[in-house]
Ligand binder design. Structure first.
Ligand SMILES: [Zn+2]
Length: 219
């Protein structure tokens, strides 16, 4: 799970844009609409759990989020295909139905692949690590096993840090077999291309590559 350096740090213009009639921001208007729908469901006024509506904002938010991660999933760091870059899910770190007031908060949103998104679902735990947290650094919490491709809690981290790492691995299923295999394959692929012009950002699993290759940049 690579560090996610959010730019802009505060809400982007598409969320801050104000409505000419009410003077409220788009973020506030959309949040209020969503909160009302969730409240109605909780109070039993509507039968089915409401489907989330981005009110068109996803088309503006997704390119910004995908730009920050250089077209990678913010959790497993797989590289998105062209299609994923345009259509990937947007993760609500704090689940949108449990915490509807955060559904349009810029710092609650991450680009995510469909597999991580399905694993996470509506789950949440206070121990979960947030990739854009100022004090989050991969190496403080995680290590890789280069025999198996698995990501594990860093054994030299504090007990609390290890619990947080384990919970994050569990909820986003970051130890899944296909992902471990992809990390190993991507490192081999990178090694085969050393000396070529290819940038690390064109590969998936960048933390795995950087830590697996001595003297690789950003190690
Ligand atoms: Zn993923």
């Amino acid at each position: 799970m690579r560090k996610f350096n959010r730019i802009p740090i505060d809400s982007p213009d598409c969320l801050k844009k104000t409505d000419e009639h009410s003077g409220e921001t788009k973020q506030k208007i959309c949040t209020e609409k969503w909160k009302k729908r969730v409240a109605k469901f909780r109070e039993g006024q509507i039968k089915n759990s409401p489907d989330f509506n981005w009110y068109g904002l996803d088309r503006e938010l997704r390119p910004l989020l995908v730009g920050i991660s250089q077209s990678h999933c913010a959790f497993c760091d797989c590289v998105f295909s062209h299609d994923d870059t345009e259509h990937c899910p947007i993760e609500h770190f704090y689940p949108k139905k449990k915490e509807p007031d955060k559904a349009f908060d810029w710092d609650n949103l991450f680009p995510i692949c469909t597999i991580c998104n399905t694993s996470k679902g509506a789950k949440f735990d206070t121990k979960l690590l947030k990739p854009d947290a100022p004090d989050y650094e991969f190496g403080d919490y995680f290590v890789f096993n280069y025999k198996t491709g698995e990501m594990e809690p860093n054994p030299s981290a504090t007990p609390d840090q290890q619990k947080r790492a384990a919970k994050t691995i569990e909820i986003y299923n970051l130890k899944r077999k296909g992902l471990c295999r992809d990390r190993i394959e991507e490192l081999k692929f990178y090694e085969g291309n050393i000396g070529t012009e290819a940038n690390i950002d064109s590969y998936g699993h960048r933390d795995y590559i950087e830590r697996g290759i001595p003297n690789c940049a950003q190690r």
